[in-house]
Design a binder for this molecule. Sequence first.
Ligand code: ATP
Length: 592
Amino acid sequence: MLFKELSDYYEKLEGVSSRLTMIDIMTELFKKTKPNEISKVVYITQGILAPAFEGVEFGMAEKMVEEAIAIATGYTKEEVEEEYKKTGDMGKAAQIMKEKSKLKRMSEKEYTVMEVYEHMLKIAKTSGPGSKDLKIKTLANMIAASTPVEAKYIVKYPLDELRLGVGDSTVLEALSVVATGNRSMKKELEEAYNRDPDLGSIAESAIKGANSIKEHGVEIFKPIRPALAERLPTAEQIMEKMNGKAAVDQKYDGFRCQVHKKGNKVKIFSRRLEDTTAMYPDLVEAVKKEVKADSIIFDGEALAYNEDTNEFLPFQQTIQRKRKHGIEAKAVSMPLKLFAFDIMYLNGKSIMDEPYHKRRNMLESILKNSRTIVPSGQIITTSAKELEKYFQETIEDGLEGIIAKELNSKYVAGARKFTWIKLKRSYRGELSDTLDLVIVGYFLGRGGRSEFQFGGLLCATYNDKRDMFETVSRIGSGFTEAQMIELKKTLDKIKEKGKPARVDSNVVPDFWVYPKYVVTVKADEITQSPTHTCGKQKQPDGLEVGYALRFPRLVGEEAVRRDKSVEEATTTEEVIEMYKQQKRVSIGSTES
Ligand code: ATP
């Protein structure tokens, strides 16, 4: 396929806000794609060169791209920058500069998708002295040989600014339509994607048929999508949901680590499936020494722990381990302990389908006598009273709460299921837990805030059934000055002219932004409201009512949460569940 054709599909997608139309366009695109190209088309559409765990990055800053456009069009860097300032979009700037280029198109060469991909890969792999100039030159050559529309996407791709609105779920649905003519294969594709988070390779198999999809099993050094927990506010409700018997784990607030080991090689992946091995030299050594298995994948949480006083350090301190420099020194001054809580693979075989109690026994026997990599603290109980007591003791030890686990459950990759249920300290008193919301717009500041040109955010939940973002709140407080400045700067780069695709909103902010960032928000209460679209339903009087937050405020030190993608934000279903729980708790407290 020619890159020009792919660019035309992207042009079509840019003008579309209906998800169904998007699926139609993606289906048509995939049908036109050759089997050897489909994985690359998927990566380009996702704005990546390879799945996150491979850690392949472009390493192109805006200034470098500006220089490449200047070289390719005969203008100065300043002139390119001026155009970029006008449009606020580097891709658009490249397109305009190409249209009025002072240089003749270098050749009549028409790039194929594969050629563009190969060149981009070359840019990413160029490193060492002189690499910056080489990267700029390679990009400039591509821009020089392409049409204005192609140039737009050639520039947007390495800057991760494609903003096509196509989520993973849209890709999976379109692949199902290509393979079967309808959505029937989507669930199977999703399950394969949860075991093997390489959407490009899932696409390759999808077009080969159902048998190929089944082949996507768990592999060592390829992360599995982590299992996630649901929440309930009381010990009684948890025991009821667990059918009267559960394992109750201590819940640690640190870094989630998915550890892979084969022989003497170890890799550690984050919750977002990034390869974070370099961050944990101490844990890598400990895994090699203490984990007695030929090959293994296990799940755990790492946090700083003071051996002398037997105390856990708070997350604010543990997070200091997340830095690029001085890793070795920090590993000595602030060693981590890894609390292992599940095992998914052992000695060449996936054991995700084994019942949890059996997996836990295996984990305990592998970690017998270990010091740094230890099994999470746990009791097994049939009594809500005992669960509550353990929860209280855990909190007194300075931990966040507990996670109850169903003894017979499989390891459910990538999904929030009631096989794991969390109960946190923060559920008592205030609204249960914080919410992770997607920013879809922002408002300008008024009064004291006008100097920042920033007055608050329009935030949404993710409705995974509709694959849409539904607004739930306008957040106007909790920001520090530094956060306001950072938010404004970050969001200005992803402004959209109109309501972005997959956003459902009755509220119109001063600026729409592409759904890319997640913020953590706390509120006093969830209320029903006609203003927002989160979980909206028609009432008997015809009015549509959704859910909203009362007294919402931003929490956390970082302005945006970079460890969660927008599809991992709090879902609409969770908000509805939290609303119901809040009602139950308040009914319960009036009775007592
Ligand atoms: P989530 O990970 O559920 O999306 P979150 O990132 O806000 O939400 P929490 O709600 O605090 O995190 O709780 C879930 C996380 O708790 C898990 O992802 C895991 O990293 C961590 N965790 C700590 N201890 C355990 C344990 N014993 N068993 C399972 N998970 C645990």
